[in-house]
Design a binder for this molecule. Structure first.
Ligand code: GUN
Ligand code: FE
Length: 432
């Protein structure tokens, strides 16, 4: 009975001006058209509703733009409390001065509850329908974050962070064994919770924070539980030098992950940043199907650099966009799209005339289908995709002339904020 009701509730059509990507080069634009959701799955777009769907409910959004939900491939819930603060340092000093002291506070569940509530509420107000999220080392606080995310209806991978070296005592896990043991305890508690929207992801912070013993232990857990993994890679020159000193046997940073079997060989893997990846590192990412989470705002804010995203796309790597709060100062995925374009233009003008700036189509693709692919068939209105959609009202952006749908989408990408979001659907369920 329940199943039948659920089926009915997740079978409907939306009508409005539809914009989505099938590939990175073109935007599909369907004016005043229908997109059909059947049992949570997209059945494609239509100018006229086919006969077989004529009895399903149709929610009309006249004059509104409807896009697939946006996918944030990399962010830190535990850093949202200092989002927009302390932006005058580079990565390693920023971690030690602002980030680690903040993350240590999540040992206190009351603090964690207040902080994560604010993060989840704000994420829910935006256009993000899927996210891949770092918590902290703390098992209970991370579970609490997962519970709040579950309630929100946004689909997410959430990671309890692992770190057993080069960090303050009150944040550092006691030993590699203890870190692995806590991760196992966390995974077992997750299994008991029977989450529907939220899944765990292994989260070794980055090589400087993780001993070889810890990485080995996590590789075993990965095999046992079949878990995806997220981490950071080649973000900052000082960080890369530190990895060289810590891992003299690795020819490049990514090889330090590879040597533990944690570079995508056994499970889907996201590496955030990849600003300074060498040819050999890029080649291995391609071989292993590693997803690059491009975080342009964070890379600008920490003066890290600008990743060669066009090169990654041309080579056929998986690429998505991340907000990387709080190195990034905005949770907005619209802002991430705009920043990816702007940063690619700066890179082109000051660093490398060979890599053309990203076009709107390409950046939009990265924020939808590009990152969405990490979750499966996500980020498009093609037949067979899970039905995530965001309805946008651009009436507040006045204009003395009439605009095409593409122009309206372009303006929203540069100028939208939460007030432009009228409705949000995830997996066929309306969550806002
Ligand atoms: N590298 C390791 N930890 C972090 C983090 O929290 N933020 C960013 N931007 N890079 C990292
Ligand atoms: Fe990060």
């Amino acid at each position: 009975m329940e199943r039948k009701k659920e089926r009915e509730q997740t079978t409907f059509a939306l009508k409005g001006d539809l914009c989505f990507s099938e590939d990175k080069d073109r935007l599909q634009i369907w004016e005043d058209a229908y997109v059909v959701c059947e049992d949570g799955i997209c059945r494609g777009v239509f100018s006229e509703l086919p006969k077989r769907y004529q009895n399903i409910p149709c929610h009309e959004y006249p004059g509104r733009i409807i896009i697939p939900g946006l996918v944030d491939l990399h962010t830190h819930a535990s850093q949202y409390a200092f989002c927009g603060l302390g932006m005058d340092l580079e990565l390693l000093d920023w971690l030690n001065t602002h980030t680690f002291p903040e993350e240590a506070k999540y040992a206190d569940l009351d603090y964690a509850k207040d902080a994560y509530r604010i993060f989840v509420d704000d994420l829910k107000k935006g256009a993000t329908t899927r996210a891949v999220i770092f918590g902290t080392v703390h098992v209970e606080a991370t579970l609490l974050l997962m519970e709040l995310m579950e309630e929100s209806g946004i689909c997410a991978y959430v990671g309890k962070v692992n770190m057993d070296r080069n960090c303050p005592r009150d944040l550092c896990e006691e030993s590699a064994a203890r870190s692995v043991e806590d991760t196992r305890r966390w995974l077992n508690l997750c299994a008991e919770r029977d989450f529907r929207n939220v899944r765990p992801i292994l989260t070794p912070r980055f090589i400087p924070s993780c001993s070889d013993g810890l990485m080995e232990g996590l590789a075993k857990l990965q095999q046992e539980y079949g878990l995806p993994l997220q981490s950071h890679l080649s973000e900052n020159t000082g960080e890369i030098q530190l990895v060289r000193e810590l891992c003299p046997n690795a020819r490049f940073y990514g090889e330090a992950y590879e040597q533990s079997g944690l570079f995508g060989e056994n499970a889907p893997t996201i590496m955030a940043h990849c600003v300074f990846s060498s040819d050999a590192e890029i080649e291995l990412m391609k071989q292993r199907g590693v997803f690059v989470a491009h975080c342009p705002q964070s890379n600008a804010a920490l003066a890290s650099g600008i990743a060669p995203v066009r090169r990654y796309m041309d080579l056929g790597l998986h690429v998505g966009l991340g907000t990387d709060v709080a190195a990034g100062f905005s949770l907005s995925m619209f802002r991430a799209i705009a920043d990816a374009i702007l940063c690619s233009k700066l890179r082109w003008s000051v660093e490398d005339r060979l890599l053309a700036p990203l076009r709107l189509e390409e950046a939009f693709y990265l924020a939808t289908k590009g990152g969405g692919t990490f979750f499966g068939k996500i980020g498009s209105f093609e037949n067979g995709y899970e039905f995530d959609a965001v309805v946008l009202d651009d009436c507040s952006l006045s204009c003395p002339r009439s605009l095409t749908v593409r122009e309206r989408l372009e303006r929203l990408i540069y100028r939208a904020d939460d007030r432009n979001i009228e409705a949000k659907y995830v997996g066929g369920r309306k969550i806002a």
